[in-house]
Design a protein around this ligand. Structure first.
Ligand code: MG
Ligand code: ZN
Length: 392
């Protein structure tokens, strides 16, 4: 009897060891198949560079009437410099002479996610990973967009991902979890937001609760449009642009979306007498960086840089607009091991398929830009913008 019990234990132990061994190798296989990790990857520029205009700096010391915040999701310094090399050595970002560093850790983790990262940049509080517009105790905290809306400024959100994804959601919604996608989409109806353009049709029209948010938005006076050509033609009124069922495809399949969306939003918002707040997200830099896809993340970063160029063209003329460009965190642990500015070739090497904890750059242009130098908490980026805009 004793020996039978002993052999059953031995069998169980062997099965347990085998199952661990099996699950580990299975996880690694999955990771290789799904993430398509290639440690080293080259981008070929082929000399296809876009021209980069130089703008006069706006004199410091004045307060901005408008704030435009660009968030490159997952965009670290290597992503920026790889893209600069890919564009023959220059970017619109070079117009930004005030530069600092943002510490991206969250209340729960050294390495943040886009929920906590977006909430820090939107609401000025550190929170737990996965949170949207709530603090570490799950209490709602107003975002700069909501504070601006309350003060009578016009507000807008633009993203290449679904518009209810973590980053834009942080500027509009208050949810314990970033995956409450239907609830976040419904929150668009609870605001007076003037313009939003991004993906996510299915969260507005194919919902568990049967509501058709697009119809509700139309009843509220919004123009709800699905094609960039139609969206670009809007010159007045409230606008909801939903350009994809979920996320827009990455570049180059996406085509011209982020640049005309940014221009359209600025055209509409700048009609405000009291000023405006606009957040524009290059969402998919992060997606491609998770896949360790160097050419993909470079194309995404270049797309956002051209959108920054469109904002600069407005701000340089307007002279009352502060532009801040930063990231919620770095993705991929990217470094650059080879490059050629003349050809636009660059080779990236990744150390992770996930987000990393390294600080990210903050760039500022326009009145108040001088306040964004040195090391700062990611929450300070939001708090500085709120103070400068006079909404807090
Ligand atoms: Mg994002
Ligand atoms: Zn990510």
């Amino acid at each position: 009897m004793k020996s039978i019990t002993k052999s059953i234990y031995t069998l169980l132990l062997a099965a347990w060891v085998l199952s661990i061994g099996h699950s580990t190798s299975f996880a690694q296989e999955q990771y290789k198949e799904n993430k398509k990790v290639t440690a080293v990857e080259e981008y070929k520029g082929n000399g296809n560079f876009y021209p980069v205009a130089q703008y006069d700096q706006v004199k410091p010391g004045k307060k901005p009437k408008n704030v435009i915040l660009f968030i490159g999701d997952g965009m670290g310094l290597a992503h920026i410099y790889a893209s600069m090399t890919a564009n023959g050595g220059s970017l619109f970002l070079q117009n930004f002479t005030h530069v600092g560093f943002s510490k991206t850790y969250s209340a729960s983790d050294y390495v943040t996610d886009s929920g906590a990262g977006g909430t820090a940049l939107a609401c000025g509080v550190k929170t737990y990973n996965g949170a949207i517009g709530v603090d570490a105790n799950k209490q709602p905290v107003p975002s700069i967009r909501e504070l601006a809306e309350k003060k009578g400024l016009k507000t807008g959100l633009v993203s290449t991902s679904a518009i209810n994804h973590a980053t834009p959601a942080s500027f509009l919604s208050h949810q314990a979890s970033r995956s409450n996608y239907d609830e976040i989409a419904a929150d668009f109806l609870n605001t007076q937001i003037d313009v939003f353009i991004g993906g996510g049709v299915r969260f507005f029209e194919k919902r568990k609760d049967g509501r058709n948010l697009s119809k509700e938005l139309r009843d509220k006076g919004y123009q709800v449009l699905y094609k960039m050509d139609d969206i670009s033609k809007v010159t007045s009124g409230k606008l909801a642009g939903l350009t994809a069922d979920e996320h827009n495809p990455p570049m180059p399949e996406r085509g011209e979306m982020l640049v005309p969306a940014t221009q359209t939003a600025i055209n509409l918002l700048s009609q405000s007498k009291k000023g405006f707040f606009l957040m524009v997200e290059g969402s998919e830099i992060d997606f491609l960086a998770h896949n360790n896809h160097a050419p993909g993340l470079i194309r995404e970063t270049l797309d956002m840089d051209r959108a920054i160029g469109a904002a600069l063209a407005f701000a340089a003329k307007n002279k009352e607009t502060l532009i801040v460009v930063t990231a919620d965190h770095e993705t991929g642990g990217l470094t650059l091991v080879e490059g050629n500015n003349k050809a636009g070739d660059v080779t990236g090497k990744f150390s992770s398929p996930e987000h990393t904890g390294i600080c990210v750059p903050v760039f500022a242009f326009g009145p108040g830009a001088e306040q964004f130098g040195g090391f700062m908490e990611n929450t300070e980026v939001a708090n500085k913008m709120m103070k400068l805009l006079g909404v807090k």
